[in-house]
Ligand binder design. Sequence first.
Ligand code: NAP
Length: 274
Amino acid sequence: MEDPGPGPGRSDRPLALITGGGTGLGRAIGQRLARSGYDLVIASRSADHLAEGGRRLREGGGRVAEIPLDVRKPEEVDAAFARVNREFGRLDLLVNNAAGNFVAPAETISPNGWRAVVGIVLDGTFFCSRAAFPLLARSPGASIVNIVASYAWMAGPGTAHSAAAKAGVLALTRSLAVEWAARGIRVNAVAPGPVRTEGTDARLWRSDALVEEISRGIPLGRFGTPEEIAEAVEFLASDRARYITGQVLAVDGGQWLGRGVMDLLARAGDGPSR
Ligand code: NAP
């Protein structure tokens, strides 16, 4: 992408654009970044999500803009970043957080279902990163943080489409980290463990019994909070992480490491009390 030059409305505060920033983890990331002095742009499809997210984020006092956007559509993505350039004249951080997911055995996933998930997660991350590049390249200390999941490097039975897409995002994270290092853009990823949000409570963690069962498999014994995920994003975007690029930070209570024989013994009723 060519640099069109900064637009007229250049802001003094750093600007972060968060896809899917109106709900769940995206909104929590926005709240954390606002406390660190960022202006925010949140971008997603639903007018309701954007309006409610914008209202909640403005309670932090900073400038917040909402841009309707389907990250699967490259023309919409390019138009959104052109608008960011016109209205803010800068971009310092892109958080590729938007995602779609559903649980289904792989053989039952339709081509449309596959394309929807891979389109949002992998295509969307690439389209947004590509469109953000000229703006980020102008900002000293710019970075991208991609939100993945540990099945990006493990296995995602029941969510093969999402696992494949997140694995692609992880490969993209590392590739762009190397390609864009010379332009001063760092690219990292955060892999949240299970976190309860309105969206995941409705779609995934539907009962307290399920949450308890999953928590037993997590070495730290509990789900994460949106704030804990947001802390990691804020850190990776900050100057404290200025020598970190191409990395993925799992914020999952040790979940992906597993509990090995401890789990097997516990299931057999023969486990240690921990
Ligand atoms: P969420 O609230 O459902 O967030 C998903 C966001 O993506 C929504 O704001 C949605 O907004 C947006 N979105 C979906 N399709 C889009 C599209 N085509 N274009 C633009 N935006 C789109 O879920 P969440 O739990 O906060 O998830 C946030 C991120 O964390 C995701 O990347 C997810 O994979 C990751 N993650 C979450 C967990 C967890 O337990 N919560 C665990 C591991 C990883 P609209 O509906 O307005 O488009």
